[in-house]
Ligand binder design. Structure first.
Ligand code: HDE
Length: 744
């Protein structure tokens, strides 16, 4: 068996010695078509050493590929004395065709854009590392899943529907794609934050995407599912109902990429060294907790900060608060029917509840470096569910099968030709020796003369790996005798039970959000027929939910047309509530002004920082407070949506009412002047969005102006920063859930 390659010594073809390489005897001519051990690959067949573990060009590669030298030059490296004036026939005359610098500069600019992804166009990425704990070693021979192995990764999060410039906090599914640069080649886990998909067969993908994208006549609405064509499709193709139920829940509006779960969705097949196979589903679990926005907050964010999620990820990493996820697997016996507890493992619209198959942690992902250049890395990264390593294989899930075709195909046009695997972010960190040659944007200088095998001219290289080292090993599977047909198995016909399972696993407040989301989205549809048809699907899922939505739309609630199984077992793991999560990274705004007790502000700031949270001082104007603390936000630049909690730092003066928040212009030392409306709005929004509100000293005036009762849940008023202990406890639950009204 051939072993791992060693450094090159000859070019093979004409045995020309490579400068600096130790001389090695070439194999006898008659041996050259047989594998040699160790293999002598050519220099260009090794992974480029000039790529850092995270894929960023370094050293020589960097200077060749990016900017170098102190002087402005043309693309040919010729120095320039001027770049602000084109060459003209006189100061008021026409420009001259002869001006190479003008033409070259404009030509390059004209071609700066590449086509955006047809779906998942809007995204944000980060570099990181994956460390395996070895728990998967019994079920897969994948080297990167062995205990203690560290693998560099690049992860890209995305929305699905919107264009590249669309807002982040829209109601949509999120992509969660990770490229593992393993020693055995690249493995991509291209998943979503929702564990079920819209459709069961990839042939419908263009249709659902056409329905979800803006209407073709007016190209509106952007990045929204609240429109007729979307609801028309999902009410006609009821297999989409489970996915839509997740999307209408709080999962459709995550607080941050850092607080989302991720799922591989499809069932994959793992194989261990003994050749035994196991079926698995992949799960990412965020150590930061699973948190979502509330709908009004999401809508405000899209105006106030359309880059909310992108900024949040980059800021956290830059601040050293590296987000982490545990990778886990649910395992199922690889039985011929590919079913588990009555659930068809090939149906991507179905989950297996964690209570039936627990998720076992197999490693940890840490994102610890922002991209150096968005275009080079986040935009050009090319994922593919068919990028597999030995020990991980696909199944016959008809959705996955179509994906195996789609990603290469789309990248061919998006990245401008077949050589996109040579783009630094896409380069494997394992040696590549693929016999692919030439083509658009070829950047390798291949040596040798025989890119085919077997050959007798390039030392017989490349050689075939044994099955024990190779990916894409087909596990022999007996297929049931059948005709060629366009049909799904009968087990794919159940379109409602999993939507019901998810809905009934939620707490009442989460269910209320679901009802409101359906009512909002269907309320945005113009066609009554579409609303009525979707109500029919809801009637088949859950009678109470259907009644609530129908009531909101002012339509009668239909009776179910299919038998509604009332015996689904709720899966508590599907609710986001009831757990306590770490405080690290939570953002606390402190509204203060020069009259606030400056020592108390400083102490609060310190304490918040010490607990890993991010304190931001909000004041009437920029600069510094009278006590010397730097102001991070002003009443003009702050909006409630940025904060997980808001504190009001009152005046220390006895008898005075809230100092912070008073209209600075009024300058009333008694503190009874009007509270600045921007402060009242900030507090009122935070209150409506069930955020923690606190304050010390004299803050009654500010709360009253925002209509907040002091005794309301989640409002902590104290005599000083002792208030912080109270808010920490509340923040661990993310929101003050009892503040949301739940209708009967
Ligand atoms: Fe994708 N999907 N997809 N998808 N997908 C793409 O590939 C496609 C599906 C997912 O950050 C495209 O390079 C088909 C499921 C993510 O770069 C395209 C079908 C899941 C990303 C494509 C699906 C995904 C994509 C567009 C149905 C979750 C973003 C650009 C058979 C398991 C990756 C590109 C990134 C991107 C096709 C269904 C996840 C067109 C045909 C199911 C996270 O090839």
């Amino acid at each position: 068996m051939a072993e791992k390659s060693t450094p090159e010594t000859t070019t093979g073809a004409n045995d020309v010695p490579i400068p600096g390489a130790p001389a090695v005897e070439p194999p006898a001519v008659e041996e050259r078509t047989e594998p040699q051990s160790p293999l002598p690959p050519k220099p260009d067949q090794d992974a480029p050493e000039t790529v850092s573990p995270t894929g960023t060009p370094t050293g020589a590669q960097k200077s060749a590929n990016s900017q170098s030298g102190a002087y402005l030059t043309t693309a040919q490296g010729v120095r320039l004395y001027e770049t602000d004036h084109s060459l003209k026939a006189g100061p008021r005359g026409p420009s001259l065709l002869q001006d190479h610098h003008l033409r070259e500069k404009i030509m390059h600019f004209d071609h700066e854009r590449i086509p955006e992804r047809v779906v998942h166009a809007r995204g944000a990425g980060a570099h990181g590392v994956f460390v395996a704990n070895g728990a998967a070693a019994g079920v897969t021979k994948a080297g990167f899943l062995a205990a203690g192995v560290e693998t560099p990764v690049f992860t890209r999060f995305s929305t699905v529907v919107g264009s590249r410039g669309s807002a982040d906090a829209v109601r949509d599914t999120r992509g969660f794609a990770t490229k593992f640069y393993t020693d055995e080649g690249t493995f991509d886990l291209v998943g979503n934050n929702i564990p079920v998909f819209f459709i069961q067969d990839g042939i419908k993908f263009p249709d659902i995407v056409h329905a979800a994208k803006p209407h073709p006549d007016r190209e509106i609405p952007q990045a929204q599912s609240a429109h007729d064509t979307f609801w028309d499709f999902v009410s006609l193709h009821t297999e989409a109902q489970a996915h839509v139920m997740w999307q209408m829940s709080d999962r459709g509006i995550p607080r941050s990429f850092r607080t989302m779960e991720g799922f591989g969705i499809h069932t994959f097949r793992l194989q261990n060294a003994a050749g035994e196979t196991t079926l698995v589903k992949f799960h990412w679990k965020p150590k930061q907790g699973i948190h979502s926005l509330v709908w009004e907050e999401a809508q405000l964010i899209n105006g106030a900060d359309p880059d909310f999620h992108r900024r949040d990820l980059a800021d956290a990493i830059e601040a050293g608060a590296f987000p982490e996820w545990e990778l886990g697997i649910q395992t199922f016996p690889d039985t011929p029917d590919e079913m588990f507890e009555g659930i068809d493992l090939l149906d991507p619209t179905k989950i297996v509840p964690e209570e039936l198959a627990p998720v076992q942690t197999i490693g940890t992902l840490t994102l610890n470096a922002n991209p150096t250049n968005f275009f080079a890395e986040t935009e050009q990264v090319a994922f593919h569910p068919g990028h597999l390593v030995p020990g991980i294989d696909v199944t016959n899930d008809p959705l996955l099968q179509a994906r195996l075709f789609s990603y290469l195909d789309t990248q061919l046009s998006r990245l401008g030709g077949p050589n996109f695997a040579q783009i630094p972010i896409n380069r494997p960190h394992a040696p590549v020796n693929d016999m692919f040659r030439d083509g658009m944007h070829q950047s390798a200088v291949h040596g040798g003369v025989a890119p085919y095998r077997p050959n007798s001219l390039d030392g017989g290289c490349p050689f075939l790996a044994g099955e024990d080292m190779s990916a894409y090993i087909e596990v022999p599977q007996e297929l049931p005798a059948s005709m060629k047909l366009r049909e799904s198995p009968a087990s794919f016909d159940d379109h409602f039970s999993q939507a019901r399972l998810f809905f009934r696993s939620l707490t009442p407040v989460e269910q209320e959000h679901v009802a409101q989301a359906y009512t909002f989205e269907l309320g945005k549809c113009y066609e009554e027929n579409v609303r009525i048809r979707q109500l029919q699907a809801l009637a088949n899922i859950d009678g109470e939910l259907c009644a609530k939505v129908a009531e909101g739309l002012g339509l009668p609630a239909p009776a179910p047309t299919s038998t509604r199984e009332d015996d689904v077992q709720p899966s508590p793991a599907l609710s986001q509530l009831g757990k306590s999560w770490p405080l690290a990274g939570r953002v606390v705004g402190i509204i203060a002004d020069d009259n606030s007790d400056q020592d108390a502000v400083a102490t609060a700031r310190e304490a918040i920082h010490a607990s890993g949270m991010v304190p931001l001082i909000i004041a009437p104007k920029g600069g510094k407070l009278s006590g010397g603390l730097t102001v991070q936000r002003t009443y003009l630049t702050a909006r409630s949506v940025e904060f997980d909690a808001i504190l009001v730092a009152g005046s220390a003066a006895p008898g005075a009412d809230a100092a912070a928040g008073r209209d600075a212009k009024a300058g009333d030392p008694t503190g009874h002047s009007a509270v600045d409306p921007r402060v009242s709005m900030m507090l009122a929004e935070a209150y409506r969005h069930a955020k923690v509100i606190g304050g010390w000293n004299h803050v009654a005036h500010a709360l009253a102006a925002a209509g907040i009762p002091e005794e309301a849940p989640g409002v902590v008023i104290g005599d000083g920063p002792a208030v912080l202990e109270g808010i920490a406890e509340l923040l661990a639950k993310h929101r003050v859930w009892e503040r949301f009204p739940v209708s009967a």
